[in-house]
Design a protein around this ligand. Structure first.
Ligand SMILES: Nc1ncnc2c1ncn2[C@@H]1O[C@H](COP(=O)(O)OP(=O)(O)O)[C@@H](O)[C@H]1O
Ligand SMILES: [Mg+2]
Length: 236
């Protein structure tokens, strides 16, 4: 017996088996944690488009609302939907589903569209992006990152895993015409806090610990965040 528990609305029942059967190279080899396994593969969609599929078995979290455990991709889906509404740049959701049967426990999938043309911000730095585009563009980058974070935080959403590898960037055009976009990834631990301030404080401190921004750049980022968020966060 398969219990269909949750699926992205508007997508047929066959979709789970369809996406589950697609295989591609591992971007993130399956990790054993949270009472199960989780990994991410790069797969190709029906129209040849590049997708990322998070595949999990028995990978759950527990909370007061879900004392028996709930697949973490469902929490990630909730965050992706809410953040998209808040105009935070996140990957577009293609499919999310979770199924449980007595033998396999939970099987769960989250499929998103590849962030086309984006790269990890650390790769952008390492590839000489800052030198090539100049300081004005770099300031725009810090501002775009801060504004995305502030929109998320004003909605009381805390990313919860704000490591620098989850910050992606795309710069198109040159000089005064350059367009800078920043996107955030991996919302498995994302949840709403009681206040916007708590969400912001947690994430900003975490980002400081898990990034290597210089003091000058960090101060700029904090200033842009404070401006967009509407008030300062203590201890940054
Ligand atoms: N939609 C996407 N576009 C581009 N890269 C992605 C996308 N989804 C995942 N990735 C890449 O795969 C990595 C693993 O995905 P992530 O959501 O962080 O999974 P995990 O929970 O295993 O850490 C990310 O750090 C990123 O490099
Ligand atoms: Mg990750």
């Amino acid at each position: 017996m398969v219990v269909q528990v949750a699926e992205t609305s508007g997508i047929s029942q066959d979709s789970f088996e369809h996406f589950w059967s697609l295989r591609g190279e591992w971007v993130e080899e399956p990790n054993v944690r949270r009472g199960g396994e989780s990994g991410v593969q790069r797969i190709t969609g029906r129209h040849g488009e590049l997708l990322y599929a998070k595949r999990q078995t028995g990978h759950i979290y527990r909370s007061a609302l879900h004392p028996f455990g709930r697949p973490t991709v469902l929490r990630e889906q909730d965050a992706l939907v809410a953040l998209t509404r808040l105009d935070v740049h996140v990957p577009r959701l293609v499919f999310c589903g979770a199924q449980r049967d007595p033998v396999h426990q939970w099987r769960a999938l989250l499929v998103t569209q590849a962030l086309e043309g984006f790269e990890e911000i650390e790769h952008w730095y390492a590839g000489g992006g800052r030198e090539r585009h100049g300081e004005a563009v770099h300031d725009q980058l810090l501002q775009a990152l801060a504004e995305n974070l502030a929109r998320m935080h004003r909605g009381r959403w805390q990313h919860g895993c704000l490591y620098i590898k989850h910050v992606f960037v795309r710069v198109t055009g040159e000089g005064a015409m350059a367009k800078v976009e920043v996107a955030l990834l991996d919302f498995e631990k994302c949840r709403q806090r009681l206040t916007a301030r708590r969400a912001a404080s947690h994430d900003m401190k975490q980002l400081r610990r898990h990034s290597s921004f210089s003091d000058v750049d960090w101060k700029k980022l904090v200033y842009f965040h404070e401006t967009a968020f509407g008030s300062a966060i203590k201890g940054l």
